[in-house]
Design a protein around this ligand. Sequence first.
Ligand SMILES: [Zn+2]
Length: 156
Amino acid sequence: MPRRRPGALRAEQCGPRIWEDLSPDRIHGLSARASLAIHRVEWLSGDYYIYPGSTERALRRYQEFLAPQGRGPLYPRYAQCSCRGCSFDDVRHAPDVLEQVLQELPARPRAELKRQVASLDAAYLKSTLPDPFARHRQWRSDLWWRRRLADGEEGG
Ligand SMILES: [Zn+2]
């Protein structure tokens, strides 16, 4: 994909058509404006784990993990492979991606995505258990969503 010239980034002035070829879909639950801003971040991010569609995939994965609410605690599992597809096997990759996208978004779309993420975060916090030994056995234990009990496995 060739890089777009800076002028092409002013999609608000030029209308969303300029990104039509790159971002056909509105993300479920978000405005067209926020979806567009997210697609832009996905295209321009230098992060290996941020790519077109990764935000929506992260939201879906997060929701799907939390769907069976009220049936006892949920436990994230480690992913067997760290590629950007398989990483989503570990639900904790979803908040990783969302956090990164949030950081790269402008204020308004960030606030909109943040509302969705915050409600998922609250459900995740309610559905999982704290891991008192997270500091010793969890990768990136500085991230609160990684300080929750995982499915039996060590390390990561
Ligand atoms: Zn893989």
